[in-house]
Design a protein around this ligand. Sequence first.
Ligand code: FES
Length: 168
Amino acid sequence: MNPLPKEIEEEIQSFSPEVEAEIDRHIAKYPVKRSAILPIMFIVQRERGYLDAAGIAYIARRLDLTITDVWEVATFYTMINLKPVGKYHIQVCRTLSCQLLGAEKIVEHISKRLGIKPGETTPDGRFTLSWVECLGSCGTAPAMQIGFDYYENLTPERVDEILDSLKE
Ligand code: FES
């Protein structure tokens, strides 16, 4: 097992037996431990709210990787949150189809309505706005994702309906 810096070692938390067992099941699916890195990142993010330094260190420990190995993957994927996000994480696609069909206008509209720019969270912690890469909904662009839900063929009016429908 790789040694970790003392301050990181102190921060590492283990999860409930159920979560540890869930992680074990993912590790057991692969011939090499490191292949389980993405599902385990999602579990750690779900449990801790985002992937912080202690979460990164925990994954490194569990998969016999270095902290750098885990950071390399964590910083590649926009679905891995490296800082806390709001209750509703609005992720607007900025890739070609969505750009051509008005993603900028959608983000401007959301920014104006919520008073935040991409990368920011509202002071009440309710919304975070982010740009992300292709969501795989290019045929129904522009598209955004809030949590695990997809919203497509967006217009400013449709965005207002969606935001109005979200519970407090
Ligand atoms: S380009 Fe936006 S979903 Fe693919």
